[in-house]
Design a protein around this ligand. Structure first.
Ligand code: NAD
Ligand code: SER
Length: 301
């Protein structure tokens, strides 16, 4: 018998791709996709509803939960109380259902766990002093992974770049929006400065990292298991623009930084992922140009 998988927040940027990848790996019918929103192939499940999570997990014999429901950094800073509720209390509800039913849990962390005191290339183990509520909720998530009494794992995803679903209210959304604007308008007005450099990752690498982490025997995972650093590619917006201009030479970009600049400035420029490479063999495939080529192939295909 293969795993029986519950995905929360399945209609979001990651869930849109992770559900298909899990079905390809484990078979059609192995995945129960859920979200608080209505969508094709998705059941309604609010992660604030502990009783509904528990009864679905127990009724369906769920063995693994990929918990993607969350508010991201920009949305979270606009409504910090709701961000804390959904990201922390929602996770606690998922953990309680997992503990009662013997499930394993994947709960993503983020580069947002780091704060301004972090070195520009973020080490795996360093003080975590995020300035955003979103970042604080991810620190709590990593801590719960070590203490929750369930097999719970996470990755500190960089900003994720993909074409199948829109990015969901994060600071790194510019690296997705820019492609749509480039193709539709030939121009993008970016909400962070041209020299802003952040760790990013193409979605295919993020999905592969997720699947790879979840097959590692628990005893091989060390103190980073709540949130492994994984690097993809790190670039400035200016470098992204230049790479896009290989496809669209007339593309232009203007810069009108807003409050999200502050969140971006509080995060590291790059990620040291030696621990993930050493413990479970992480290795990214997409560099900046490879990612940009894949985005154009996907959007124009
Ligand atoms: P997203 O915003 O695109 O999707 C989140 C989904 O959660 C949405 O479909 C939303 O409807 C759903 N949701 C919100 N409240 C809910 C609730 N109460 N109950 C059930 N569902 C609810 O986010 P994403 O980019 O897919 O991110 C998924 C996870 O990965 C999050 O934990 C996020 O913090 C993390 N992450 C994402 C990125 C990124 O760049 N996308 C980077 C780092 C970490
Ligand atoms: N991409 C996310 C955000 O910008 C980081 O977790 O919020």
């Amino acid at each position: 018998m293969g795993p029986r998988i519950l995905v929360t927040g399945a209609l979001g940027q990651i869930g849109t791709e992770l559900v298909g990848a899990l079905e390809n790996k484990h078979g059609q019918g192995s995945v129960i996709a859920t979200d608080v929103r209505d969508g094709t192939g998705c059941q309604i499940l609010d992660v604030m509803d502990a009783e509904s999570i528990h009864s679905l997990v127990s009724r369906e014999g769920v063995t693994e939960i990929y918990h993607l429901a969350a508010l991201l950094s920009a949305t979270g800073e606009r409504n910090p109380e709701l961000c804390w509720k959904i990201n922390v209390e929602g996770l606690e509800n998922v953990i309680a259902a997992a503990r009662a039913n013997g499930c394993r849990v994947f709960a993503p962390s983020s580069i947002a766990v780091f704060g301004p005191d972090c070195p520009s290339i973020a080490p795996q183990f360093t003080p975590l002093n995020p300035t955003t509520v979103y970042g604080k909720t991810k620190v709590v998530s990593e801590q719960l992974a070590m203490t929750a009494g369930v097999d719970m794992r996470g990755l500190r995803y960089p900003g994720l770049v993909s074409y199948k679903a829109p990015a969901g209210g994060g600071t790194t959304d510019y690296a997705v929006e820019i492609f749509h604007a480039a193709l539709a308008e030939g121009h993008y007005t970016c909400f962070v400065r041209e020299d802003t450099r952040l760790p990013m990752m193409y979605m295919d690498d993020a999905i592969r990292a997720t699947l790879e982490l979840m097959v590692v025997p628990a005893e091989e995972l060390g103190g980073a298991r709540g949130g492994y650093n994984i690097s993809g590619c790190s670039f400035t917006v200016g470098q992204l623009v230049e790479s896009i201009q290989r496809h669209l030479p007339n593309f232009t970009c203007a810069y009108e930084p807003d409050v999200r600049q502050k969140y971006a400035d509080s995060w590291p420029n790059d990620i040291d992922d030696d621990v993930a490479r050493g413990e479970w063999g992480w290795n990214p495939e997409f560099d900046l140009d490879g990612m940009v080529d894949a985005m154009f192939a996907g959007l124009q295909g």
